[in-house]
Every structure is written in structure tokens, then in C-alpha cells.
Write a protein that binds this ligand. Structure first.
Ligand code: SAM
Length: 481
């Protein structure tokens, strides 16, 4: 007799309970509403009682249904997935949804306004933040990977095809229970799941890749483990950044999402840069968004469906009062990547970048980290002797008054990757036109000096600094061929 979870997985796949199947069955309007967590259009679209509509109602929408034929009800109830409902119907005890990897994610159901308060050991489902981290994580195959704070286990679904061995930890035992169901229903075997806080379950071990979508929410008290660590302010993310490098094998990478405080009188870049400095790793932190204290409090009160409750005003006031007492002016949301490059002179880059990026970032994040490190470590003389190549997809934009002979501004714009733009002087723009990896920089600069009448000595002295910035931002590569 087959394992009931294997039978469930096979029947979900056979019925078309996949992301594409659900999207097609619901239609654009209901599917898009569902991605905004609005259920009504999907409830209306699945009233027919067809097999796929029934699975969507049961597992995603949380509606009692007649047990679908062949569903091993008793076994799934014993596994904690199903419960009996009135009139011989069954109701899901969890939220079970297909995920973009082709697998399934089991979590607690999201709370909605009017629902009973969240349980303290609530296991949050895969959502926007989970997908963001998955998009950020390096695609390089690795031997050992760690997912710290695995929750419903979703990051493991993404790591499974590129890590030989995966350890997943969580402080919440219920999270590990549901994560194991996610992995079993996704056909993933052999994950080493361990209970415990921060790095305690993996003390003394080394990994090639550490990923974490941590409990980064900053609040006066840790009420919900799924999002708040209970540590003061942004200390959890700070500790993660400071301690993770100790677990990395040479060449290893650590990538996480984080929130950080903006405190009056302190530049947030110094705060986050301070976390990264001294880790021995090259580090890259990107602030993707920043919210003021009130927006932040509203976001997380809404997340726990606390708007409209009797305690809303009290909780809001308490949280805001704490921010005020701590001189907090805002909260930054972002990514942090660290790479153990082995250099004795590690480099840290902290920047704000809210623009659209090419996904998955993980496809080129290793290059970004390498470029930051290389640009920092090249001496002026090495740079002048290097052969540069304009990165693929870089275009030039010239802006100036109509009819003018020369543009007032020249911009280099990346049409791929991070989509950065950089202002270029005439020299950088000229180099962008000729750098194809064939000639070292010094003779190219001399030729540009001859053409423009500038002093070659001046160009050779000044160009390395501006080019170093453009190399760090991925506009030029050092040609190795
Ligand atoms: C935001 S959820 C992330 C879940 C999942 N990894 C994802 O990407 O969606 C954070 C997880 O960290 C766990 N957690 C909270 N405090 C922790 C701690 N001190 N050590 C380890 N994990 C912790 C929570 O139980 C929760 O499952």
C-alpha cells in the first residue's frame, strides 16, 4: 500500500492542482484576486463541484467539501492534514497550495479580519517574502545548504535541485512538522530537519550556502514566532549577519532578507555596513524599500488581521510609542548577501535600490559580488593594464537640448540584471564604445587623449577611480579571455 502522502501528491497532480492548473481553472480575475488574498471570486468560480474546483476549495480556500473519491481521508486526518466536518464532509486542517517549483507548501491558513486570534506557534505560508528570497539565492550547485527558520519549508523546495545535502532548522516544532509534509508532498527526501534557535542546532558545522527568511519584524515584544524573534530591535538580523560567516566553507555564500532600523542621527548605511564589517566576507546589502514607523506598524497589524479588533488602537499606540522612545524614523527592508571570497581585504557595499531587477537575481548574484570585490581590490596600475569589456545589454542615452552638438548628460543604462544607470563622462562614454576586451585600458586612454586633446597623464591618473565604480556596478567586466 502506497504512502498516503504519495497518493495525495499523485492525485493532486493528476487532477491538475498545480499553479498553472489553478490559474487556468479560476481565470485571470479570480486568480489575481487570490494572489491578493481575496477569496470571494475564487469561491464563486469553484461552485460547480468538479474535481479540480473541489481540490481548490478544500486545500486553498478552506471550504468543507464532500470527500473527493479516492482521497485517503483517515490517513490524511492522522497526518494532521484533514478533519471531519458536518454532514460527512471534510475540511482541511492546513493550507496546502501548489508552489512555483512544481511542489506543494503546507502551512497554517492565513488569518483574516474576524478570524480568531493567531496561535503563537502559527506557521506562516509561502508568500511574497519567501519568493523574494528564493529569487535572490545563488543558483550555483552546492554540497551542503542550510535553511535557517524554514517555517513551511518553502526555501528547501528551491534548494532541492542544487544542494546535495540540506539542513533545515526552526525554533518552532510545529513549523518542522508542516515543513516535513511540504517536502513529502513535493517528492523531496532526505532533508535533515532540526529544532532550535539561530545557529544552535548546527553548531560547529560548515555549509556552502546559508539562506534565511528570518523573523525580521521589529516590534516592542515578540508576540508571533513566525515573524518576530523576541530579540530587541533589529538584533536578530544583526546577529545572523555577524554569525553566519562562521558557518561558511571557503567560497561559501549566505543570503538573507532583513529589516533594519533607521535611527535619528545615524545613517542606516553605517548601521548595516557595521553588521557586515568584520565578518571576513565580502558583503552586499541592498535596501529595497523603507517605511515610516506608522506604515510599518499598520502593515504588520494588518498581517495578523488585527485591524478592526478592539485592541488595534492599543497595539498601534504601544508599537509607535516604542519606536518613538528608540528614536526610530523608519524601517528598511532589504537583501543581504555575503561571500567568503578568502580575501584578506573583504569589501562591503551598502546601497539603496528600489528599481525593477531582472529575475531571478540569483542567476547573477555571484557576478555582482565578484565585481564588487574585484573593483575594490584592483590597484590603479592593475586596472590600467587590464582589458575591459562592456557588459552585455548596456546602452547609452544622450540627453541635451534639441539641435545641440554635444549632449549635456550621457547615461549608461543596463537593460539586464539590476538595471542600474550611471552618469558617464566623455571618457567613460568613449570607453564604453571601444572596450571589447581586446586592448588594455592604458593605450585606449592614450588614444582618447589624442582625439580629445586632453592630457594623457591626467586621464591615466583619473580614469581608474571612475572605472572602478563602473566595474563594481557591473557596467564593465575585466576580460579574462
Ligand atoms: C518569516 S518565517 C520564514 C519561513 C520560510 N523560510 C519562508 O521563506 O517563507 C521565519 C521563520 O523563522 C522561525 N524562527 C523564529 N525565531 C527563530 C529562531 N530564534 N531561530 C530559528 N528560527 C526562528 C519562525 O518559526 C519562522 O518559521
Amino acid at each position: 500500500m502506497k504512502d498516503p502522502l504519495v497518493r495525495l501528491r499523485e492525485s493532486m497532480l493528476a487532477t491538475g492542482y498545480t499553479l498553472d492548473g489553478v490559474r487556468e481553472r479560476l481565470g485571470d480575475v479570480a486568480a489575481t484576486a487570490l494572489s491578493r488574498e481575496e477569496l470571494v471570486p475564487a469561491l464563486r468560480a469553484t461552485r460547480d463541484g468538479d474535481p479540480l474546483g473541489t481540490l481548490i476549495r478544500l486545500w486553498w480556500l478552506g471550504v468543507p467539501v464532500e470527500p473527493p473519491p479516492g482521497l485517503p481521508v483517515a490517513e490524511l486526518a492522522a497526518a494532521g492534514l484533514l478533519a471531519a466536518a458536518d454532514g460527512g464532509q471534510v475540511v482541511a486542517a492546513v493550507h496546502l497550495q501548489p508552489w512555483e517549483t512544481g511542489g506543494y507548501v503546507v502551512s497554517d491558513r492565513k488569518v483574516r479580519p474576524g478570524d480568531p486570534a493567531l496561535r503563537a506557534d502559527h506557521v506562516v505560508g509561502a508568500g511574497g517574502a519567501s519568493a523574494n528570497l528564493a529569487q535572490l539565492v545563488s543558483r550555483r550547485p552546492v554540497r551542503r545548504a542550510l535553511d535557517l527558520g524554514t517555517g513551511c519549508g518553502v526555501q528547501v523546495l528551491h534548494l532541492a535541485d542544487r544542494a546535495e545535502e540540506i539542513v533545515a532548522t526552526d525554533v518552532n516544532p510545529r513549523a518542522l512538522e508542516l515543513a516535513r509534509l511540504s517536502w513529502a508532498l513535493s517528492g523531496i527526501e532526505g532533508v535533515d530537519a532540526r529544532e532550535g534557535s539561530l545557529f544552535e542546532p548546527v553548531a560547529g558545522e560548515l555549509f556552502d550556502l546559508v539562506v534565511s527568511n528570518p523573523p525580521f519584524v521589529i516590534s516592542p515584544r515578540g508576540r508571533f514566532t513566525y515573524r518576530e524573534s523576541g530579540l530587541r530591535g533589529d538584533d536578530f538580523c544583526r546577529d545572523l549577519v555577524r554569525q553566519a560567516p562562521r558557518l561558511l566553507n571557503p567560497g561559501g555564500t549566505c543570503q538573507l532578507l532583513a529589516n533594519w532600523l533607521h535611527v535619528e542621527g545615524e545613517d542606516w548605511r553605517d548601521r548595516v555596513g557595521g553588521w557586515l564589517a568584520g565578518t571576513g566576507c565580502d558583503g552586499w546589502a541592498v535596501q529595497r524599500d523603507v517605511q515610516d514607523p506608522a506604515e510599518y506598524v499598520e502593515l504588520w497589524l494588518r498581517d495578523a488581521a488585527e485591524q478592526g479588533t478592539a485592541r488595534y488602537g492599543e497595539l498601534y499606540d504601544d508599537w509607535l510609542g516604542w519606536f518613538e522612545a528608540e528614536n526610530v524614523t523608519g524601517v528598511g527592508f532589504g537583501w543581504i548577501s555575503m561571500h567568503d571570497s578568502g580575501s584578506l581585504d573583504p569589501v562591503v557595499r551598502v546601497e539603496e535600490y528600489g528599481g525593477r531587477v531582472e529575475l531571478p537575481v540569483g542567476g547573477y548574484v555571484d557576478e555582482v559580488l565578484a565585481a564588487i570585490g574585484r573593483a575594490h581590490r584592483l590597484t590603479g596600475a592593475e586596472l590600467l593594464a587590464a582589458r575591459l569589456r562592456l557588459a552585455g545589454g548596456v546602452v547609452e542615452e544622450r540627453i541635451g537640448p534639441p539641435g545641440a552638438e554635444d549632449p549635456s548628460t550621457i547615461m549608461l543604462r543596463q537593460t539586464r540584471g539590476l538595471g542600474r544607470t550611471a552618469r558617464a563622462g566623455m571618457v567613460e562614454a568613449a570607453l564604453a564604445g571601444v572596450c571589447d576586451g581586446d586592448y588594455p585600458l592604458a593605450p585606449l586612454l592614450s588614444a582618447i587623449a589624442d582625439l580629445t586633446g586632453e592630457s594623457a597623464a591626467d586621464l591615466l591618473e583619473k580614469a581608474p577611480d571612475s572605472l572602478r565604480a563602473l566595474i563594481a556596478e557591473g557596467f564593465f567586466h575585466i576580460s579574462t579571455g
